[in-house]
Design a protein around this ligand. Sequence first.
Ligand SMILES: [Zn+2]
Length: 478
Amino acid sequence: MRTKAYCSFILLIFFQFLCCRQSTAQEFSSLVKQFISVKADTFALTHVNIVDGTGNVPRTDQTLVIINGRIIMLGNSADVNIPANAIIKDCSGKTLIPGMIMMHEHLFYGERVAPQYLGIEMPFSFPRLYLAGGVTTMRTTGSVEPQTDINIRDQVNEGKTPGPDMDVTGPYIERAGIPIPEILFIKNTEEAAKEVKYWIDMGCTSFKVYMDITRADLAEVVRLAHKKNIKVTGHLCSVTYREAADLGIDNLEHGFWVSSDFEKNKKEDQCNNPAQSISINAMDEKSAEIKELMAYLIKKNVTITSTLPVFEPYTGREVFPGGAEEAMNTVIREGIEKSYAGVVGKDSSGRAMFKKEMAWEKQFVEMGGRLMAGIDPTGAGRVIPGYADRHSLELLVEAGFSFSQAVKICSLNAAEYLGRDKEIGTIEIGKKADLVLINGDPLKDIKTVRNTEIVFKNGVGFDSKKLFESVKGKVGLY
Ligand SMILES: [Zn+2]
């Protein structure tokens, strides 16, 4: 009897051991495996410069040990005792930042086909591009095919397709107004409620309200989402930032660019795009009114998402910021190059507004506000996932943030917003090894952020170059 009990005890330990091993070691399909360049239970990255996501000063010559996907040791290279079984990668001359957590992303690409604007789903190219560019977690921030987004999220989680972790936002919650035929327009608040309940049940984990909703719609969306611990963001126009803050919105998109708070004779619950645009363009950079609005949003705990790439001016800038032309389908690329050429030198108001928006975002952070970042691959079609995500860091530095602050905006701030900062968002002992290895020193030359070499997700290293290569010429198609 004693022997039998002892045997089952041993068996139990053995099964527990198997169980634990299964939960940490993810299986990948052969498709995904071709992009993996580092996969080991125990490995060390040595002599690397670290910008850890906290906003603190960067540290030089550091060594990390990663075991089963987690950061287990981290310190000065001279002090870390690397386990004997570890695979060692010498990272001299390289920089490590946390995996980027980008908060205004889409799995569709916006294409203008007059008189409409189409949201074309890119389930093949976009997830790869995000991961290639250093994004390990993203929010879709408005969906035109939520079922596709959910399926892609699940395929990524199951190791069947390469891509980042995804917070899938439900369909845009919007009333008729905007000429995007992919949007599911609601006619009344009851339909907004129906939509939210349905897509929560189907697996969406956040919501976004759009430009023509009413305050009643927003109140109901917030009420239903918050009941399930789900957050709500908005690209607003009909509802002002202040009204939305009062109604409990968690997050506002596009910085201060789309605030209708300063519109003269604003009609309640109605969007007047030209009037909104005139009012924000007329606002002085240093005005007391914008400062008061910032203070109000901070008091109400509203997070702002910076989307500088989608607002980037034309004159003196790349056609496809971040060098994304190689990813473009030729027909789509030629159309965008043509329209770009037509605007160069004629966008002085856009350039002035862009500068002002940068200053406001900086001021918001200095006042204590939480800023996150995203690229929004819509607009004029120049903003391409991956390329533009890395470029976000360049633009935030151009806005006056230090590189460490820019990294924090693209990592820890978003992790905190998502309530996942115990797991991701910084390079810290105990956290998941979501990391981006950059070949170079962005502190000396910010353009080196484009040299992403390996993107680690959950301790598995993906070859950035291979991922980019695999979708060349595909953006705009699928
Ligand atoms: Zn968007």
